[in-house]
Design a protein around this ligand. Structure first.
Ligand code: AHG
Ligand code: MN
Ligand code: MN
Length: 345
């Protein structure tokens, strides 16, 4: 049995280092962790609970929703709307900002989430996850509890990633893990399903600076911009090419699984701009995917850019905004970003 630090214990100790944090932050992360445990339970039971398959609806992004997308979203809302830690929530699966129901206490944090990432993998029993990001609500920072009843505007969420107080993901894989950062490194917890607690198993996760592994959806090759083609061509050329080494490729199609692999053994992940995506701005969502993952990756010693700029410095224009993403081992991300700069020059 693992007698290590539990997530609750870890958060309480962590909170002592967050300026201005009261017990609220601990309570909030506990509720997020409970939501992840409930989603994990649903994902693990799969077909037995009848939660697989399509919901028959589309989200605001025009994507088909899976039943488990809808259920996971509902779980996140229900677990986090009651305790008074939050001013509002925003989700990949909801058109508008979710206001805390009338009568419930309101707090100083904002919670953003992708309740089920990689949901195209759910029916084929491949790893999926949840991603979350926490900001302070501007103007509400020191409020004990915001009781005005005024709705929290969408603009409150439009803060660059550098403002995140905490970001994390849960990975529903062979084991369920929760990985998070509060800006003091990255730590990974494994769910002990018999006890129902996350236990610290991966302390201070760090990403090797160099790698020989890349992840990209190769079927988009003909739509990519020149710098991405150049990079991938050079990887494929291997030992005989300009990089002078052979590369390996992986593509799970669940960003959470991809990021977790990179945190474990290094690598680079790309969902770059391409001709098909230009109008949308990219594939992945800035607030629910790119920013939280960028925070985690940077805290583990990696880098995260759009190819041109550091993701966490982007000023968001809308909650559902999409961006190109290049993240992972620092030196490799620098090579790819360098190719984008060389082309732009
Ligand atoms: P989501 O399931 O939340 O919509 O996210 C899916 C994302 C990401 O997890 C993954 O990296 C990518 O979309 C997969 O895209 P392709 O289907 O183009 O491979
Ligand atoms: Mn996603
Ligand atoms: Mn999703």
């Amino acid at each position: 049995m693992h007698l290590g630090t539990t997530l609750t214990q870890f958060i309480i100790e962590e909170q002592r280092h967050i300026a201005g944090a009261t017990g609220e932050f601990t309570g909030l992360l506990n509720d997020v962790a409970t939501a992840c445990k409930m989603i994990s339970n649903g994902v693990n039971h799969g077909g037995l609970l009848g939660v697989l398959g399509a919901a028959g609806t589309e989200n605001v992004q025009g994507e088909d929703q899976k039943k488990m997308d809808v259920i996971s979203n509902e779980i996140f809302l229900k677990r986090n709307e009651w305790a008074g830690h939050l001013a509002a929530m925003a989700s990949e699966e909801m058109d508008e900002v979710y206001q805390i129901p009338e009568g419930n206490p309101r707090g100083k944090y904002l919670l953003m989430f992708d309740p089920l990432d990689g949901s195209s993998n759910i029916d084929v029993n491949v790893s999926v996850g949840s991603i979350f990001s926490i900001l302070r609500c501007p103007g509400n920072e020191n409020a004990e509890v915001e009781q005005s009843g005024r709705p929290t505007p969408m603009e409150a969420f439009l803060q660059p990633g550098v403002k995140q107080v905490c970001a994390g993901y849960a990975l529903y894989g062979p084991s369920t893990m929760l990985v998070l950062t509060t800006g003091r490194g990255v730590n990974g917890f494994t769910l002990d399903p018999n006890v129902g607690e996350f236990v610290l198993t991966h302390e201070n996760m760090t990403i090797p600076k160099d790698t020989k592994e890349f992840a990209i959806n190769m079927s988009n090759y003909r739509f990519w911009e020149q710098p991405v083609r150049r990079y991938v061509d050079e990887c494929l050329a291997g030992e005989t090419g300009p990089r002078g080494k052979d590369f390996n490729m992986r593509w799970v199609a669940s960003m959470v699984a991809e990021v977790h692999r990179i945190l474990t053994r290094g690598g680079v992940f790309m969902y770059p701009m391409d001709e098909k995506l230009r109008e949308k701005g990219g594939k992945l969502r800035l607030m629910y995917e790119a920013n939280p993952m960028a925070f985690i990756i940077e805290q583990a010693g990696g880098a995260a850019t759009t190819g041109h700029e550091r993701i966490m410095e982007l000023q968001p224009q809308a909650i559902h905004q999409r961006v190109p993403v290049v993240l992972g081992s620092k030196n490799e991300v620098d090579v790819i970003t360098g190719y984008h700069h060389a082309q732009a020059a």
